[in-house]
Design a protein around this ligand. Sequence first.
Ligand code: GLU
Length: 445
Amino acid sequence: MSIRLRFAPSPTGRLHVGNIRTALLNWLFAIREGGQVLLRIDDTDLARSTKEYEQGIEDDLAWLGLTWQDKANQSHRFEAYEAAASKLKQSGQLYPAYETEEELDRKRKIAQATGKPPIYDRAALKLTNEQRANLEAEGRKPHWRFKLSGGRKDWHDLVRGPQSIDTASLSDPVLIREDGAFLYTLPSVVDDIDFKITHIIRGEDHVTNSGVQIEIFEALGGPVPLFGHFPLLVGADGGALSKRLGSLSVGELAAEGHEAMAVLSHLAKIGTSDPVEPRDSIAALAAEFSFEKIGRAPARFDPEELKRVNASLLHTLPYAAVQQRLAKLEADRGEAFWNAVRANISLLPEARQWAHIVDGPIEPFVPDAAFARAAADLLPSGSYDEGTWSAFATAVKEKTGAKGRALFMPLRQALTGLDHGPEMAALFPLIGEERARKRLRGETA
Ligand code: GLU
């Protein structure tokens, strides 16, 4: 059996951290199993779906490095949904109901007041042909409900273990609205059957839905895929993800300078038994993926932790991996520069600050002018290399008697304007003799 998964976003917005994670978990399992992923665009809601968002979603997936083997738009498949609906109507599993929203609301209130669960009472099933004809003559259009079995639906969830949904506790779901529009539930099942989807991996907000959809799979005679429902993202404090973080998009993460592999590593590892550390490829994440590692506790999405993951990934990246992007940021100062600064940045755009410090002009910080001037007079001439710094520092130490922090801090402050930063041995040759001389003399350079 060939493994096939699907990622099914609605093109009503760009991808945000929640659906990036859904996509990623589908891809990791598919890659690990040598399977395929279908990108399914859930655009049955013609009013809210746009081609721009669809393109945006494809761009987002491309930026993340997630490539699909097959693509389908639900908006091209209405015939298949109509055919499935006819089949269900014929077998009596899809029935017309005529209640208005107000009538349904009243029924729910009465049920609640009499201590009953607010479940649809199936009054529509008791209508005679004549009553139905009268309602239609009044101008009422039916919506169509799927008749649940009333029994329990059991499955072994890949993440949650044994699951059991009591369909008697649910209202018969509306599959088709009064205006003929298909709601998400039926098209999803029809597609999962037609595209031979073997595994449905999605958030645990769909668990009840899965109980309903399994009955629809069975009613349509399709094989029922395996299901895995993972816990949803929460904030760093364990509370609900804030609106801002929840809507954090691929575009924003990229614009802030995050590495795609840091975003993927973080989202793959949170809520699992693995440490949250960067991996350098999707293949590496896939090799480590397993449903058993996904815990039942929600996964904490913490932007600060993401930044730490990003920083540790940057520290390992060779110059060739970042050169083009450094150039775009106008911060490409060669391999020695990258090797010097990569351990001091969390996000790539921060390299600009160090490029500026190397190039100048900067304002040096010179609290002890006499000391700095003595150092300026000891600057070696000619081109500097990795060994120049220690020779220079030794000469300053011998001349001034300063040592340790009292030696190194004022030199760093004069040469960079800051009291922390990359190894001076690596920065010194990049700053060079001329700028170093001016800065040690307290001049802007
Ligand atoms: N378009 C649906 C959603 O984004 C797909 C859900 C599913 O995976 O079945 O919620």
